[in-house]
Design a protein around this ligand. Structure first.
Ligand code: CU
Length: 172
């Protein structure tokens, strides 16, 4: 009667040992599974670099023919009127970075975000666009009711310090 019980106990003990050994055996294979993702991480690295690239300064785009015509309309002799400008902004520039108008002009500016997070601020005329993301635009209007030289800039992070600014010249 005792023999079968002893056999069962031994069998149970053996099973536990084997089960334990099984776990121990599975440990190395899970370790090698952990090693496998490394090539994928290396593959993902260029994507991260591109993400960092978004933060790097970019060469400002050339003025388009339309932008040149808009700037010329502001510069040439004229009676007070409505002037429209497209201003592109990116890391860390505004194109154009110089706009000239006459006192009394109504100025309409469409800000186009070329890439990154930016806004367009012109304190002296209480102008501030919403903070935009890549590809977004925002339009604002104001009357250039005082003559002088005013700086417009991006208020995001250190962008102004990095050179994302421009000059509005309002002449009498
Ligand atoms: Cu900015």
């Amino acid at each position: 009667m005792r023999s079968p019980q002893l056999f069962l106990s031994l069998s149970l003990a053996s099973f536990l040992v084997l089960a334990g050994a099984g776990c121990a055996n599975s440990a190395p294979s899970s370790t090698s599974t952990t090693v496998l993702p490394t090539p994928e991480e290396e593959h993902a690295a260029p994507t991260n670099t591109q993400g960092m690239g978004m933060m790097q300064p970019k060469t400002p785009p050339e003025l388009t023919a339309e932008q040149k015509a808009q700037l010329q309309a502001g510069e040439e002799t004229h009676e007070a009127k409505t002037l429209t400008f497209q201003v592109n902004g990116g890391m860390f520039y505004f194109t154009p970075n110089m706009i000239k108008v006459k006192k009394g002009d109504k100025v309409k500016i469409t800000f186009v975000n070329d890439g990154g997070t930016h806004n367009f601020i012109l304190d002296e005329f209480n102008v501030k666009t919403k903070t935009t993301n890549s590809g977004e635009t925002d339009t604002m209007e104001f009357t250039a009711d005082k003559a002088g030289t005013f700086e417009y800039y991006c208020g995001v992070g250190q962008h102004r310090k990095m050179g994302q600014k421009g000059t509005l010249v309002v002449t009498e």
